[in-house]
Ligand binder design. Sequence first.
Ligand code: ARG
Ligand code: MN
Ligand code: MN
Length: 300
Amino acid sequence: MQRNMSIIGVPMDLGQSRRGVDMGPSAIRYAGVIETLENLKYNIADLGDVAVSRPDSKDNLQEGNLRNLKQVFECNQTLAEMVDEEIAEKRFPLVLGGDHSIAIGTLAGTAKHYENLGVIWYDAHGDLNSGETSPSGNIHGMPLAVSLGIGHEKLTNILDYAPKVNPENIVIVGARSLDPGEKVLIREQGVTVYSMHEIDRLGMPQVMEESINYLKRRTDGVHLSLDLDGLDPEEAPGVGTPVMGGLSYRESHLAMEMLSESDILTSAEFVEVNPILDDKNKTASMAVGLIGSLFGEKLK
Ligand SMILES: NC(=[NH2+])NCCC[C@H](N)C(=O)O
Ligand SMILES: [Mn+2]
Ligand SMILES: [Mn+2]
């Protein structure tokens, strides 16, 4: 793995309706992310936070059932340009959210650099909605669809190309809350999903082994997009859209360790930490623990 790493904070909370996830990057920094990575001998450049503009009004559903479209677009445009530049300079981008709408910008900046980018989407949700299928109008429920070229053109066309990702290069891990439109898309497009059902049946070791081997065969780079709500809310309470019956702390560490050993990752993001809903920064600390395992921390 690339030893030079750039950290980009994205204090975005406009892709959903609960405030507080904009404080995620600070909470993850306070929990010691830089120190953890420096101890693992990475050269870290903390690029600070991307600017996020304020919403126009409180309930801001804009054209096509999209909340805060303009602000979410602008922030993702900037993020995409930054990620693009870091990868061009051979630095590993580690993006800290913020709500999951920021994956739109991360993927736009990343996918440019690969013929066949793979994506591991570690999440309770599929985030495969569009304005038409979304029950909420929240753009954080849409980024994976946007990366497939499905959704508002302003979002799908960031950095002037679409789609960003081939659906067959996507593996979702931890899903347990999928909307009807998302299930249709998964079937039609051939997205691989390890829902909690498969994880319970096969166990995390097999799920990760299969995912890693599958992506290794067909991709030339892999992005990890980890939504903390993939974990069980008993263990990671500081998230805006908790869903019970999630992945444990231990399963998640194992997944990160297996990814680390496989050495397939070329970029990563950790999203949806909401300090207001958290319990003494527990969820942010969990994110830092997972980041440690992902980048090579060993128990012995
Ligand atoms: N990144 C997330 N936490 N997404 C939650 C999405 C929830 C729901 N599927 C929606 O579209 O509104
Ligand atoms: Mn989620
Ligand atoms: Mn998500």
